[in-house]
Design a binder for this molecule. Structure first.
Ligand code: FAD
Ligand code: MLT
Ligand code: ZN
Length: 477
């Protein structure tokens, strides 16, 4: 592309256009430094009309377009390939909260709004926007929607898909679809917003969304419980669901290996116990009515868990600061793994009842084939989502280990997932990391239907090509 071409693009919209290598570099590598691409430029439109102008410019010149939000994704979906032909469309400047309607319990935000900003705006209006994940200080509403993010409260409030009532989207030919309806009931045909949610930018650019708000809980109770194994964690889950019902809002599993890893990289993030334990559960309840009721129900639950021998030790947070301290252990896990080296990630989903045996058998098989390999198993146990990651044995360089054994280990994990009718991507999406695996495990009919939808909406294949579905610019990790 020539300077004249970029000047032409620059003249089409009012936002910012970055083309100098030092300006575009942060948009061309993901946060874990697993993928680096090249791009013609990075466009940062200010308004939906400007997004449409940029998309039309790309469509007219057959320029591939890669939408990018906070660039916190785990699967390389927001990073262009290394061809240098694509334009990255960053939503960073599309960041206004357009409306909060406390009676309708809705908030309408532009796609580039940071998740924490939306949570804060909901809180100031006396409401809760419940999506919560470790990257909430930098991920965006558009990225959450495009990847159908999950996080730590899915068991109570659902994935991002369930939190969205309406969307505004720029289609691949540059038309604006205003579907920003705040309705709980709308049976007027295909639910088009669901096509764009979880599409990872392959069907259009999400520019704004109307999100569901909830009442703010009156009290929050948090505990870290030490258990002997994932089977005990499942018994605790059953008990917690029986006693706390819908007030149970988070139930996170972490192996002792994971907790030790966090302590090694972040010495002030330690489990508050005298000795180490093989497994931990971080659980939280959010009572809508009263603190006293929350405290009583939670204490009774922990007492019963002790008496039944399910829990070996437990720390119940007595203040917000203590609760934050326990969550810091959990939320530092992704970064601790990254500091340890780029390990093999498996974001998988299996029936909750199968998790105990899954971890037992799969971990034994991995260690038997790769003596010393470290399985880092943690995740959102309450909704069946495990982050089942594998690191090299101590002393073995991570890249060499992954090169030599990665494919075989991942195949072993995904075969085990497939046997229990699980999913090879629970919440992170497919991006460029799992394109081949998805095509392998999804039924032929399902893949063909997805291809037909892609063909119908984006016949020239310009929207995030090679991501999610196999395409020309797809290259394996
Ligand atoms: P990006 O990474 O910029 O993009 C993600 C995908 O969405 C790409 O395919 C991109 O092309 C597309 N996209 C972005 N914006 C748009 C748009 N406006 N229109 C169309 N397509 C778009 N994820 C979870 O699900 N659960 C977790 O618990 C979780 N924990 C995390 C913890 C940490 C510390 C980190 C770093 C990440 C975590 N993630 C988690 C992954 C990530 O944060 C989420 O996937 C998040 O939703 C991505 O948002 P983003 O704005 O960074 O999107
Ligand atoms: C998390 O839940 O912390 C992230 O989704 C997981 C990860 O780092 O793999
Ligand atoms: Zn997660």
């Amino acid at each position: 592309m020539t300077d004249a071409t970029l000047a032409d693009l620059r003249s089409r919209f009012a936002g910012r256009l970055l083309s100098a290598p030092e300006d575009t570099a942060p948009f061309l590598t993901d946060w874990r430094r697993s993928w680096t691409g090249r791009a013609l430029a990075v466009a940062q439109p200010d308004t939906t009309a400007d997004v449409a102008a940029v998309v039309r410019w790309c469509a007219a010149r057959q320029v591939p377009l890669v939408p990018q939000g906070g660039n916190t994704g785990m699967v390389g979906g927001a990073i262009p390939d290394d061809g240098g032909r694509a334009l990255v469309l960053s939503t960073a400047r599309l960041n206004r909260i357009r409306e909060i309607d406390p009676i309708n319990n809705t908030l309408t935000a532009e796609a580039g709004c940071i998740l924490a900003t939306v949570q804060q705006a909901a809180q100031e209006a006396g409401r809760l926007y419940p999506l919560s994940l470790g990257a909430e200080g930098s991920c965006t509403i558009g990225g959450n929607l495009a990847s159908n993010a999950g996080g730590v409260q899915v068991l109570r409030y659902g994935n991002t898909r369930e939190l969205c009532l309406g969307l505004e989207v720029v289609t691949p030919d540059g038309e604006i679809w205003d579907g920003l309806r705040g309705l709980r009931k709308d049976n007027t045909g295909y639910d088009l917003k669901q096509l764009f949610i979880g599409a990872e930018g392959t069907l259009g650019v999400i520019t704004a969304a109307t999100l569901k708000l909830f009442p703010r809980p009156a009290a929050r109770m948090t505990a870290l419980a030490a258990v002997s194994d994932p089977h005990a964690a499942l018994r605790l889950l059953e008990l917690a669901q029986r006693r706390l019902a819908a007030t149970l809002t988070a139930f996170e599993l972490m192996s002792g290996v994971c907790v030790a890893l966090v302590a090694r990289h972040f010495p002030d993030c330690r489990a508050p116990f005298e000795r180490t334990h093989p497994w931990y559960v971080l659980l939280e309840s959010s009572d809508p009515h009263s603190e006293a009721r929350a405290t009583q129900a939670f204490s009774e639950l922990m007492e019963e868990a002790f008496e039944a021998g399910i829990v070996a030790d437990a720390a119940i947070a007595a203040s917000l600061a203590q609760s934050d301290g326990l969550w810091r252990i959990r939320h530092h896990l992704p970064e601790a793994q990254s500091l340890e080296g780029d390990n093999l990630k498996h974001d998988i989903s299996v029936p909750i009842s199968a998790i105990g045996e899954f971890i037992e058998h799969t971990s034994a098989a991995i260690v038997a084939a790769n003596p010393g390999a470290r399985v880092l198993a943690f995740g959102h146990l309450g909704d069946g989502n495990l982050h089942y990651n594998v690191s090299a044995p101590y002393g073995v360089p991570q890249p060499a280990f992954v090169r030599a054994n990665g494919a075989a280990i991942s195949a072993l994990v995904y075969e085990a997932v497939h046997r229990v009718r699980g999913s090879i991507s629970a919440e992170h999406g497919i991006g460029q990391l799992k394109v081949d695996k998805n095509a392998h495990y999804k039924a032929g009919v399902e893949m063909a239907l997805m291809q037909k939808i892609k063909q119908a909406l984006d016949p020239h294949g310009l929207m995030n090509p090679g991501r999610l579905l196999p395409g020309a610019s797809h290259r394996a990790h």
